[in-house]
Design a protein around this ligand. Sequence first.
Ligand code: ZN
Length: 274
Amino acid sequence: MSLFRCPICNAPLTVEDRTYRCQTGHCYDMAKEGYTHLLPVQHKHSQNPGDDKAMVRSRRAFLTKDYYAPLRRTLEELARHHTPAKGAVLDSGCGEGYYTAAISRALQDSGIPHRLAAVDISKEAVRLTAKALHGCGESAVASVYHLPVADESIDFLLNCFSPLAIDEFRRVVKPGGHFAYVVPAAEHLWQMKEVLYDHPYPNEVKRTPYEGFRYVDVLEVRDTITLESQEDIFALFQMTPYSWKTPEEGVHRLRKLTTLTTEIAFHIHLFEKE
Ligand SMILES: [Zn+2]
């Protein structure tokens, strides 16, 4: 049985001959990479919503070089710790699937039988996620504000640099299940911001409690990384929100660099569903 539900009638879906079907008769074909579209037209607000091909590809180019390995390893550890045997994992806003695939491998390597699903609004991102998962999990183009999964069905939910759909997370996480919310910490990419801006600001750091969840912890992950090529520097820039709000002079300064050493810093807010 799939972790996904029919986005139209909310009934369980079964998979047969690479097609998801609900008992009402709605059906959703799998693309050749293994993902499916669970985005009803009323939840789709543009032709190609979400991150475009270029953004998704720079993120893939950057992340596969493992510069964010410390964050990846911490998320693997959290998933191992909070996924019970036969548990269910959901990556909400999975991007191109770097963390999704890492978690899937970590759970397999630890011998934890599980089901895993990933959703993102960007088709290109989900296509790459499906390829990265090698069939060890499901992936769908879907809105995180209308997650195509059942109430209280998820043991571990990951939301890494993606929209916080807290009402949906409250609905889908099981009581006692966990939700990990990854955000940049104050000094994340500080040295890159010093190149881009005359007066860089640290990221805002806050602790927001959410109704229905108990605050377990805020984990901090930090490291210093050195990017050794303009290609890597620009790929990192393109996966940040700075890529659409930096003045031209800043981008020009960044374009001239062939090496950049910068701090990376993340906060993982961990919650338990009450
Ligand atoms: Zn249906």
